[in-house]
Design a protein around this ligand. Structure first.
Ligand SMILES: Nc1ncnc2c1ncn2[C@@H]1O[C@H](COP(=O)(O)OP(=O)(O)OP(=O)(O)O)[C@@H](O)[C@H]1O
Ligand SMILES: [Mg+2]
Length: 474
């Protein structure tokens, strides 16, 4: 403290000399700028001392920018990496963000934009370092908090949920924007909160906005706030959600519903990380981590021209897809137990469990409203029950009927017996469901040929038919 602050060290990696030197001229008054013409020279610079920020071109002869990024991220994790990309390779840049790049800029570089990104990057680096120190001191406490408030709230263990947990764990500590998709009631908001709690921003606010609930004008002032007199009815200054969430996480729910004009404004904020209140001129910094959610297919909306592609890419840096409950019915017993306990306590009821038969009926039902519907059903059952165990008779009739007459007697198909073959089967079937039965797309997504997929499906249906025959002849 009090000591003179050293200039942050920036390394510019680009095979084009004009770009290198142009950036150097623009940055040298504020930063200690070093240059490298290729990845090898860049790594040499790292050996000479800490680099605060590396700006690297994506396409270079020899080792490319993506590989350089990966090396630097694993060997020098404290360095912030920013990609420079030519127009048209935005998808690669998005891939780079998944590999830990902090941001990307398209060439030719807009110097104001560069300034803003560097400024923000260095601030977040300071914050991260402070947090890391705090974390070291409080590691034990931190772990306990994680346990209590992190992923614990998300019940389940099904194969279909494993990628979700993995991505949450990997993405939470970063500042990356997260897009959560999935049908209604699958736990999108729950996941957003878990990410917040597992992030370095856990102690700052988590602010949620339901974009579908507000008209375009109201949404804009809700997000960015307004100055006194900005429009009729704006009687005093009002802070928007971006300002209220400062330092924390902003959760934009039902992002698929926002109108085109607000999309433009949102994109601008995400790129510049600054905004103005409605009717205001003062530029305010948006220090937020953004998480967005939707039950719409955004890509479909993009192809219909109803959602901006550039905004989609900005939001979709990390994408989490929540499977419908019917693809993880193995988790239903654990959910039943947890919900029973919660609602028994809340309502002062003496319900302690549920019969196996009742669990089987609930597991056979399709749950179009997903976890929310299951949760509401259990609540109703607990409130109305008389005994100390919920039974199949406590299940609302329309669910019992829809689940099928034998649902209580036969066990549901095992979610997984833990073998590699069954994990493969589950993966293939859930992918096929996700692709709406489109085999070409499913095969593509799985990285196998259509023929292999056909063969596997035939095997499964033969096995299923065999299983039924065996069961019937008992
Ligand atoms: N895996 C889970 N474990 C425990 N509770 C869950 C789980 N998933 C969802 N829930 C509960 O189900 C309810 C619905 O979840 P949530 O509001 O997160 O869904 P959503 O995907 O945001 O739905 P919508 O698209 O309708 O907004 C909440 O009460 C939530 O706590
Ligand atoms: Mg929701």
């Amino acid at each position: 403290m009090g000591a003179e602050r050293r200039k942050p060290k920036i390394l510019i990696v680009d095979d084009d000399r004009n770009t290198r030197e142009g950036l150097q001229r623009a940055l040298r008054s504020q930063y200690d700028v070093h240059l490298a013409a290729d990845a090898k020279m860049a790594i040499g610079e790292f050996a000479l001392g800490d680099v605060d920020v590396m700006l690297t071109d994506l396409r270079m002869p020899g080792v490319g920018g993506l590989d350089l990024l990966r090396t630097v991220r694993s060997k020098y994790p404290k360095t912030i990496c920013i990609l420079l990309t030519a127009y048209g390779s935005v998808e690669t840049a998005v891939e780079a963000m998944r590999d830990g790049a902090y941001d990307f800029l398209t060439k030719p570089v807009n110097l104001d934009h560069l300034d803003a990104v560097l400024d923000r990057a260095l601030k977040s680096k300071d914050l991260e370092e402070r947090n890391r120190r705090l974390e070291d001191e409080n590691r034990l406490l931190g772990q306990q908090l994680d346990k209590k408030y992190g992923m614990e709230s998300i019940i389940g263990n099904a194969e279909a949920m494993q990628p979700v947990f993995e991505i949450i764990r990997a993405a939470a500590p970063t500042l990356a924007t997260v897009l959560i998709t999935g049908p209604s009631g699958t736990g999108k908001e729950l996941v957003a909160k878990a990410i917040h709690r597992l992030s370095t921003r856990a102690k700052a606010p988590f602010v949620a906005v339901n974009c579908a609930a507000l008209s375009p004008t109201l949404l804009e002032s809700e997000l960015f706030g307004h100055e006194k007199g900005a429009f009729t009815g704006a009687e005093s200054l009002r802070k928007g959600r971006f300002e209220i969430a400062s330092g924390g996480t902003l959760f934009l729910d039902e992002i698929g519903e926002i109108d085109m004009a607000t999309q433009v404004k949102l994109l601008r904020v995400l790129e510049s990380r600054t905004f103005e209140r409605v009717g205001g001129t003062q530029t305010i910094e948006a220090d937020i981590r953004l998480i967005a959610a939707t039950n719409k297919d955004l890509q479909e909306l993009v192809s219909q021209g109803r959602f901006r592609e550039d905004l989609y890419y900005r939001l979709n840096v990390v994408d989490i897809r929540l499977p419908p409950l019917s693809e993880r019915s193995g988790d239903i017993p654990a959910m039943c137990d947890a919900f029973i306990k919660e609602f028994a306590e809340r309502n002062g009821k003496d319900v302690k469990g549920i019969t196996a038969e009742a669990v089987n009926v609930l597991s056979a039902y399709r749950w179009p409203g997903n976890v929310r519907e299951l949760r509401n059903t259990i609540e109703k059952m607990v409130v109305l029950s008389h005994g100390d165990k919920l039974t199949a008779r406590d299940i609302p009739a329309q669910i019992r009927d829809a689940a099928g007459p034998d649902a209580g007697r036969t066990a549901p198909p095992p979610a997984s017996d833990g073998t590699l073959a069954s994990a493969e089967r589950e993966k293939i079937l859930s992918c096929l469901r996700r692709c709406g039965g489109n085999k070409t797309r499913a095969a593509q997504e799985l990285g196998i040929s259509r023929r292999t997929l056909h063969r596997k499906l035939k095997e499964y249906s033969r096995a299923a038919a065999g299983g039924r025959v065996a069961a019937d002849s008992r």
